[in-house]
Structure formats: structure tokens, C-alpha cells
Design a protein around this ligand. Structure first.
Ligand SMILES: [Zn+2]
Length: 341
């Protein structure tokens, strides 16, 4: 076989002509219609479409239209230089579906690995170098957002607030970053019994949580956990991680509507809470701190039990309570009781 069946079109009208394609002479391609005169195309003026799997090839000559013909080894003889390296590679991939699947799996594993290991590691390093002004600015914005949604001035008497602030200051005295920690109280029935730490060290406690805790030892156990979040910079790390995931998703899926730190902080604090790793780390910190102060982590187990039982009416479902960000799981209670022994 030394010729191919092709379909020629002039590239301007819809007319299509069946032609036989063969080498008319060295370096000249002959296109012979069933009727009419043959067209002679010098090879040097003809470009060939890349080979892509089993798709037909297209030969083009500027100003003279194009011929579509089935792929064939003949074309490799006629066009020994093919259509370029990148197309050759694309064709190589196209013909090796297994290679594509393996490559896709590798990309997936690398992406998941990066999100689970790489991002948290980068976020940790970045959070440790984050200037105070950035922490404060991000926290201000988060508070502004939270105030619009949930937080009102506390209804606790001033004397009671002062008493709890002093007890908390004694609890965290001489701890790392203790000077930055400040206790704030808020009336926020919308988020129920709740406490959270902002990246700059502000720790919020809702009136509902104060009312629900069985005693101040239990309240301090919850605050020790929040202090752990601040010591380990979980607020900034979580915000960096989640905004990086949005950013990464934007890059990967072409939607670059990344979320700002300010938006992701309240989301981190109230919806899904910190990562399990951060929660466990804050728990461990709290148990160790309580023991260093001669207190028992049992108080932590007690308050977790109380929170899991006595959720106020109207807050059982869908409410943004301490429960949603800090599920009082049996594992956490067991860990506190083991630390108390
Ligand atoms: Zn927590």
C-alpha cells in the first residue's frame, strides 16, 4: 500500500472531495480526485496534525485547504519529523492509559498528602512568624463578624467577671504567651455554652457556659484547653490551613475565589472547630497545665459530661454550640480521666 483515501475540503466552502493521497515525486504529495486534475502539494508547505490516539490526521496547506485521512504508518514515512515533540508526548500518553491513570493517582496522593501534612507544617511555621499586628488585625475582623452574628455584651455582674479573670490569670501565669491572653465574656444565646480562642490571645466565654459549668474548677478546665489553643497558635494555623485549602482548590479547579483569613477564622472557630489534632493537643496541654497547678483533669471530664448531657432547649440541633466545635467524645473524657489518675 502506498496511498491513502482522504477527504479534501478547500477550507472555505462546505464542498468535500474524495481524493487519493500518495507521493507524486520525492517531496511532493499528490492529491488525486476521482475526476478533475490532481493537486500537487510540496511536502515543505504541508503541516500535519498531531497523532492523538486513533483520531484521523489532517494535512493542511495554507491557501489550498486540507485533507483528512486515517492515521497510517505511511504518514510517518512522508512526514518523518512528525508534528513536534509535545504532540508526540501527548500521543504517547494517549496510547498509555495505564500511565495516565498512574499519573493521576500520583497527583491525587501528592495533593492529599500536601493538604494533610504539607499545609499544616507550612501553616505552623508561618503562624510562628506571624507578626502580632497581623494576629490582632485578623482577630479584630473575626470579632466584628462574630459580633454582628452572635456576640452581645455579657450580662454577668462585673464582680463575677473580675473574679473569673483573676482565677484565669493565676491559672496561666508564667505559661508561654500568657501575657497575650485576655478573657472576654459575651452574652450569646445563639452559640450556646461556648468558648473560643482568637489568634491574638483573646479568649471568649459565653454567659451560657459560665452558667452551665458545675463550678469554677470545671470552667478553668475549659479555659485551660482554650489557653492550649493559644499557646500552640491553633487559631492562626487553622485559619492559614483552611484559607490555603481554598486557595489550593482555586488553583487546582480554576476558581480563585479564595477566602480571606478574617472569614475563615470564625468558620474555623464555630463550624467545624479546629482539627482533631489541634483539639487533642489543646486537651493534652490543659491536662498538663491543670496538674502543674495542683488541680485534677477530672474537672475537664466532668464538664465534658455535663455539656454532652445538658444542652439547653433549642440548642440541641444545628446550633453553633461548644458541642459542634468541641464534641465531648467518650475518648476525650477517658483521656482526661486517665490523666487524672
Ligand atoms: Zn478546642
Amino acid at each position: 500500500m502506498s496511498e491513502l483515501e482522504g477527504r479534501w475540503s478547500d477550507g472555505r466552502t462546505s464542498r468535500i472531495l474524495a481524493v487519493r493521497v500518495r507521493m507524486a515525486s520525492p517531496d511532493v504529495l499528490g492529491l488525486e480526485p476521482v475526476e478533475g486534475a490532481a493537486m500537487l502539494w510540496p511536502i515543505g508547505e504541508v503541516s500535519i496534525s498531531p497523532r492523538l490516539g486513533r483520531t484521523p490526521r489532517v494535512l493542511r496547506r495554507s491557501g489550498h485547504g486540507q485533507v483528512e485521512c486515517p492515521d497510517s504508518p505511511l504518514l510517518d514515512q512522508w512526514f518523518p519529523h512528525g508534528s513536534g515533540r509535545i504532540e508526540g508526548f501527548a500521543d504517547w500518553l494517549e496510547r498509555r492509559r495505564a500511565a495516565i491513570l498512574v499519573a493521576a493517582a500520583v497527583v491525587l496522593v501528592l495533593t492529599v498528602g500536601f493538604v494533610h501534612l504539607g499545609l499544616p507544617a507550612i501553616a505552623k511555621v508561618a503562624a510562628e512568624r506571624m507578626p502580632r499586628t497581623v494576629e490582632r488585625h485578623a482577630s479584630d475582623q473575626a470579632v466584628a463578624l462574630l459580633e454582628r452574628m452572635h456576640l452581645d455584651p455579657s450580662r454577668l455582674p462585673d464582680a463575677r467577671q473580675r473574679q473569673l479573670r483573676q482565677a484565669f490569670a493565676r491559672l496561666v501565669a508564667r505559661e508561654p504567651r500568657a501575657g497575650e491572653m485576655a478573657l472576654h465574656f459575651a452574652h450569646a444565646p445563639g452559640i450556646g455554652p461556648n468558648a473560643f480562642a482568637l489568634p491574638d490571645g483573646r479568649i471568649y466565654v459565653t454567659d451560657d457556659l459560665v452558667a452551665m459549668a458545675g463550678n469554677d474548677a470545671e470552667l478553668m478546665a475549659v479555659l485551660a484547653h482554650e489557653a492550649g489553643h493559644h499557646v500552640h497558635r491553633h487559631g492562626m494555623r487553622g485559619a492559614l490551613e483552611s484559607s490555603s485549602i481554598f486557595l489550593l482548590a482555586g488553583v487546582l479547579f480554576g476558581d480563585a475565589s479564595g477566602s480571606s483569613l478574617a472569614v475563615s477564622i470564625p468558620a474555623t472557630l464555630l463550624s467545624n472547630g479546629f482539627s482533631r489534632t489541634h483539639e487533642r493537643q489543646a486537651d493534652m496541654y490543659a491536662f498538663a497545665l491543670l496538674k502543674r497547678r495542683g488541680r485534677s483533669p477530672q474537672a475537664f471530664a466532668d464538664v465534658m459530661r455535663r455539656l454532652s448531657k445538658g444542652v439547653p432547649k433549642g440548642l440541641e440541633k444545628g446550633a453553633l454550640g461548644y458541642l459542634s466545635s468541641h464534641p465531648p467524645s467518650p475518648e476525650r473524657i477517658a483521656a482526661a480521666e486517665a490523666a487524672a489518675r
